[in-house]
Design a protein around this ligand. Structure first.
Ligand SMILES: *Cc1c(COP(=O)(O)O)cnc(C)c1O
Length: 529
């Protein structure tokens, strides 16, 4: 696509969205008539529908450099002085995005925990922004606030969590961070909101988690002013699950040392391998020790709605708070995270202020009181509509199929002589490429196998044919398909296996012929999530 040239704004130049000022009305440059909007909107919806139809035939992503993409944008350092034709701009933006994006709605996209977007969610975001409700205050968003409240209740119901309360936030990180801030306020025996985290001789607040916990935790303790050293890392078993006995001992030891246990973080579906902490046993410890139990269910939590879900998910309801992430396994378009709490007053205690410039009344829920955000968008609509479109049964079917496909993939991996299965849990299957010549001595070849699989991952991602991410399991670098994608199927997964094996053999062939010049550092790829 050619670089974008912005024509100067000229009102007479055949505007596709004519603005016909009415007498006494402002002639604002951004305003559109109903007819103009209709034409632009129909055209855009047409183009999006074509994209949805074409997606399987497109590359997942293109291997383009930042320089190439910057050049496409024309590199103008300043805002254009005049405007341009809205219809042309929308067409151009659609082309730009359709030709230079990574598509997580593609059947072969299996990276991180990033879902394919539900079409009804795409339309819901459009509708929500048309109304532009500010859900910070009930008065500003009467029906939108009620829809968010119902969505929160439904999410709790979907996963078997008590109907307490909560709110939608931008994603899983925020949901978890908000929970930690609420737990911090609840644990302090002093006026934390006035005096801060550690006045005078207040005891040190401690947090308990395993090193399989997502990095939101480090960000949260940092933001909360607690510092990373407040985390008491709890040992895991051979399946990356928290050891409840080690948790019990850690809490007791800290109490004996005069410290104040504030929060236990368990994970229902770790981001690397989908491991599930033993929630029931952890809840026993938290109840006995009277410590706030938070479950990070951002990835795996909603799998609780599947009838044959892994048993720990039946214990989600024992937590004090639960983070879910509708933009993951509920397939909402980005962004939508959710925090559920057993006792809504805990959020109010941590976040509510009553400044003189707000006059919202207390008879209804004002979400500004329950979290850090002030103005808030209407994220609930896309979640609420999708829940209504397919119901519990629809989600149980889609999530159940994602898990079944991940098990199917694990079976194919196990059958393949050049692949080695590492883990399978929920909808994550991890494995690596092990060529025949290294199969007999994988322990001696550890570094080589890591470098080889790094290179394989890099080439798979750049190929545009499929997209997976990676994990490190028991010190080994592995490929990590994660299926939160209702468009994928056995065919796409079968092609992934062929692709990995073909690329693996190519890398081995190229290394064999020219020494192993591809060093791990050069092939370093994304381990971010
Ligand atoms: C994805 C994820 C997060 C972070 O969620 P975002 O929506 O990316 O902010 C936290 N915890 C777990 C277990 C996750 O899978």
């Amino acid at each position: 696509m050619a670089a974008i040239h912005r024509a100067p704004y000229r009102r007479e130049a055949g505007m596709t969205a004519p603005r016909t000022p009415q007498p006494g009305r402002r002639d604002a440059p951004l305003a559109m008539t109903g007819d103009g909007f209709r034409r632009l909107g129909h055209r855009l919806v047409e183009r999006i529908a074509e994209l949805l139809e074409d997606l399987p035939g497109r590359p997942v992503t293109r291997d383009e450099s930042p320089e190439v993409l910057k050049a496409l944008l024309g590199g103008a350092p300043s805002v254009p002085e005049g405007g341009a034709d809205a219809a042309a701009l929308l067409d151009e933006a659609a082309t730009l995005l359709f030709d230079h994006s990574l598509f997580n709605g593609h059947p072969s996209f299996l990276g991180y925990v990033t879902a394919s977007p539900a079409p009804i969610g795409i339309l819901a975001d459009f509708l929500a922004s048309a109304v532009n409700a500010n859900t910070g205050a009930w008065r500003l968003s009467p029906i939108a606030s009620e829809i968010e409240l119902q969505t929160i209740d439904w999410l709790a119901d979907l996963v078997g969590f008590p109907r307490g309360g909560g709110l939608l936030v931008s994603g899983g990180n925020m949901a978890n961070i908000v929970a930690l801030l609420a737990a911090r306020r609840a644990a302090a025996t002093w006026d934390l909101r006035r005096d801060g985290v550690r006045p005078d001789d207040a005891p040190r607040l401690r947090v308990y988690a395993t090193d399989e916990t997502h990095t939101w935790l480090q960000k949260a303790v940092d933001l909360a002013g607690l510092g990373g050293a407040c985390i008491h890392w709890i040992a895991t078993d051979e399946q990356q699950r928290m050891r409840p006995e080690a948790l019990r001992e850690a809490v007791a030891a800290d109490r004996a040392a005069g410290e104040l246990p504030m929060l236990v973080v368990a994970t229902a579906g770790t981001v690397s391998t989908g491991a599930l902490d033993p929630l029931g046993a952890i809840a026993d410890v938290c109840e006995r020790e009277r410590v706030w139990m938070h479950v990070d269910g951002c990835y795996g939590g909603v799998a609780a709605c599947v009838p044959d879900a892994p048993p720990p998910l039946a214990e989600l309801g024992r937590a004090d708070s639960l983070a879910l992430d509708p933009h993951k396994w509920l397939y909402a378009p980005l962004e939508a995270g959710a925090l559920l709490v057993r006792d809504r007053e805990r959020l109010r205690d941590a976040f509510a202020y009553h400044p003189p410039y707000y006059h919202f009344g207390q008879e209804a829920t004002n979400f500004v009181d329950l979290g850090p955000q002030n103005s808030r968008g209407f994220r609930a609509l896309k979640v609420w509509l999708a829940l209504r479109q397919v119901g519990r049964a629809g989600y149980a079917q889609m999530i159940g199929e994602d898990m079944r496909l991940a098990r199917w993939l694990a079976g194919r991996v196990q059958e393949h002589p050049e692949l080695e299965l590492a883990t399978q849990s929920l909808s994550i299957t991890t494995f690596r490429f092990v060529p025949a010549e290294l199969r007999a001595r994988p322990a001696d070849a550890a570094a080589e196998l890591d470098a080889l699989n790094r290179e394989v991952l890099d080439r798979v991602q750049r190929s545009g044919a499929a997209f997976v991410s990676n994990a490190v399991v028991r010190g080994r670098y592995v490929l990590r398909p994660c299926i939160v994608n209702f468009h994928t199927d056995e065919r796409a997964l079968g092609e992934l296996i062929e692709l990995v094996v073909r690329i693996g053999r190519e890398v081995v062939a190229s290394w064999g012929s020219g020494a192993r010049s591809v060093s791990p550092s050069r092939t370093g790829t994304t381990t971010r999530r």
